[in-house]
Write a protein that binds this ligand. Structure first.
Ligand SMILES: Cc1cc2nc3c(=O)[nH]c(=O)nc-3n(C[C@H](O)[C@H](O)[C@H](O)COP(=O)(O)OP(=O)(O)OC[C@H]3O[C@@H](n4cnc5c(N)ncnc54)[C@H](O)[C@@H]3O)c2cc1C
Ligand code: SF4
Length: 583
């Protein structure tokens, strides 16, 4: 029997960037906020002296325990989906701060094209350019609508960077100077410029100077320690929710963060959310947390599953193509979206073992729709980057292909090339398809006995053609950089989805738009059909742009916080539905 608790103004599921930003903004305004986090408490002090490669990179100490809760995965509807049980195949955040604690900190704004992708594609190329089954849609807001929130997020996170020479307009510069330029970054920039592209330093949340954000939280300067991704920052130099928004929220006295609180249903009655049902995983006690407003911010898999388990919205039916919840699953996958070319140098040496999560350079000449796609067999684009995150010695051992995988030759070449190889890669956009979706698994359950989420995802020619084009550009750059041996990655005709969820970049399931016929949420991430329920995070992205998602997650969360404040004062839908040509 669930114990009923005192009502809060707002109950938030999740304490990552999405939930943390909304919690901070609303508690600063005086609302009583209760946040439910399935994981444990974490502080910067927990990471001191913990640059332990076995513990964090190999045994994934900070990741979700997949033996208790995971997703099942398959490529097509004809297959039986199987549970993903090893962190080698799925690194998903848990604990205070979520994935924002062990991320790299690469931050980008999406392009204006992304938010109006369908209209702009039709306008430029005609309706026939969109292949059958590709379910792209406008997001229900424009880049200009989101710009002030991008700016706010950048200031909270102390972002460090320089203007993108061909980027969309910005109302202000990054609050901190760009990261350092290493010799390999300079080499990448010189080669890119020589080929006519417009490189600039990667925008980063590895903060370059000690900085105090507008909420009064101090972020230290990054020391380029190289143990960034999959690790917490013990220098307090990587902007994460723990040292920024959660700290701000907790200081207000209006925000209570409960740990080991696993939310399993959003409660609702007569079209309104009434609260959250959760289990304290330490005691097994079930609680009902009533609230005037409920926010699901548990990342896409959890958000989508909670909607399905709670019977909110219409589940997507891949046969009839009707329904919304679970629709437009997309992501960045390691064997199709994150590829490029590796170069081996005989005469040049670099320090490949130092770096920072988001140290590097990039260019956007092929991003989104900057390329004319008239004669191309794909839509959308890619950014090209040279990232210097620091190669951790156990994890990395690159030798030219053809080298034996053991023995004297392997050892000699490992030592010879340790500091003589570089990588340039592209990150491509992922378009949604009517055959890629999420639903509840009919067979496998979590530790409580609830159905696991099932993901069905198959690559298309669009994905392959786009990546092949991008690999050619990376190869050109690597040759220009002077590598003696250049090894481009390969996308074969039979390259298939490998049920691997290692990039942390996934989207869809509870998508936004301007029409309730094709979206679950309006542009405040407010449910069309339950106006006091907000679903925050990349679950609302109708497609995946070619950039890392978190800055857009953060900007949308700021907009949602403004929307919830308005809702608590005035009630009702914050946006009126527009019936579009799609409906
Ligand atoms: C290794 C790694 C590196 C990354 N690097 C980058 C990068 O460089 N740049 C970038 O833009 N993005 C990066 N990402 C992605 C980025 O971390 C995410 O986009 C971002 O953290 C998402 O924030 P969120 O708040 O939506 O979700 P999360 O950070 O996942 O937070 C969700 C929180 O909700 C909790 N939760 C979930 N379900 C429940 C439930 N049922 N009950 C209670 N609590 C629940 C989780 O425990 C978690 O703490 C990376 C991800 C990973 C894994
Ligand atoms: S590279 Fe910088 S931001 Fe990342 S963990 Fe090290 S000091 Fe922190």
């Amino acid at each position: 029997m669930a114990k009923k608790l005192k009502k809060a103004d707002v109950a938030i599921i999740g304490s990552g960037w999405a939930g943390g930003i909304i919690g901070a903004e609303l508690s600063k305004k005086g609302y009583k906020v209760v946040a439910l986090e399935r994981g444990e408490d974490r502080e910067v002090a927990d990471f001191r002296g913990e640059k332990d490669e076995l513990r964090y990179s190999q045994r994934y100490a900070l990741m979700q325990d997949l033996s208790k809760d995971t997703m099942t995965s398959r490529a097509t509807q004809d297959e039986e989906a199987l549970p993903v049980r090893t962190n080698k195949n799925a690194i998903l955040g848990t604990d205070k701060g979520g994935s924002g604690v062990h991320w790299n900190g690469v931050n980008f704004r999406y392009r204006p094209y992304d938010f109006e992708i369908r209209s702009k594609t039709v306008e430029r190329y005609g309706e026939s350019k969109i292949p059958k089954g590709m379910t792209i849609q406008d997001w229900g807001l424009t880049y200009d609508d989101l710009e002030p929130y991008y700016d706010k997020y950048e200031k909270t996170a102390g972002m460090s960077g320089e203007p993108n020479p061909i980027g969309p307009k910005r109302s202000d510069d990054y609050p901190n100077v760009p990261s350092l330029e290493t010799p390999s970054i300079r080499l990448f920039k010189d080669a890119s410029e020589k080929l006519g592209y417009h490189p600039y330093q990667l925008p980063t949340a590895n903060v370059t100077e000690q900085y105090t954000n507008p909420d009064g939280e101090t972020i230290n300067a990054c020391v380029y320690c190289a143990f960034c991704e999959t690790y917490g920052c013990h220098f307090g130099a990587k902007a994460d929710p723990i040292i920024t928004v959660l700290k701000t929220a907790q200081k207000t006295g209006n925000y209570e963060l409960r740990y080991n609180a696993y939310a399993h249903r959003i409660l609702h009655q007569n079209g309104k959310a009434t609260g959250v049902l959760y289990t304290d995983t330490l005691t097994g006690q079930e609680y009902e947390q009533p609230a005037d407003v409920v926010v699901a911010a548990g990342f896409i898999f959890s958000n989508t599953r909670l909607m399905l388990l709670s019977k909110i919205g219409t589940p997507y039916n891949p046969k009839t193509r009707e329904g919304i919840i679970g629709k437009n699953f997309t992501g960045h996958f390691s064997n199709i979206n994150y590829l490029g070319a590796r170069g081996f140098f005989e005469k040049k040496e670099f320090n490949t073992f130092m770096g920072a999560g988001a140290l590097g350079a990039t260019f956007d000449d092929f991003a989104a729709d900057d390329l004319d796609h008239t004669d191309l067999d794909f839509l959308h684009g890619f950014e090209v980057q040279h990232q210097v995150s620091g190669l951790r010695p156990i994890e990395n051992n690159f030798v030219p292909s053809g080298t034996p995988s053991w023995g004297k030759e392997f050892k000699d070449k490992s030592i010879h090339y340790a500091n003589r190889h570089l990588y340039v890669n592209a990150l491509t956009g992922t378009m949604p398809w009517d055959h890629n979706y999420m639903d509840l698994d009919p067979k496998y359950t979590d530790f409580r006995g609830d159905p696991l989420l099932r993901v069905t995802n198959k690559y298309t020619d669009q994905d392959k053609n786009l990546m092949r084009y991008a690999i050619d550009i990376c190869t050109k750059i690597m040759k220009e950089m002077g590598a003696d041996t250049v090894e481009p990655d390969k996308v074969e005709d039979d390259t298939e989805f490998n049920n691997s969820y290692t990039t942390g970049h996934f989207a869809g399931g509870v998508i936004m738009g301007d029409d309730p016929a094709t979206s679950a949420l309006n542009s405040y991430q407010q449910m069309w059909e339950m106006d006091n329920l907000f679903v925050a995070g990349a679950s609302s992205f109708p497609h995946f742009g070619n950039y890392n998602p978190t800055e857009t997650v953060g900007a949308l969360a700021y907009r949602t916080a403004d929307g919830i404040d308005r809702y608590l004062k005035e009630g009702g839908l914050l946006v009126q539905a527009e019936q579009t040509a799609l409906s």
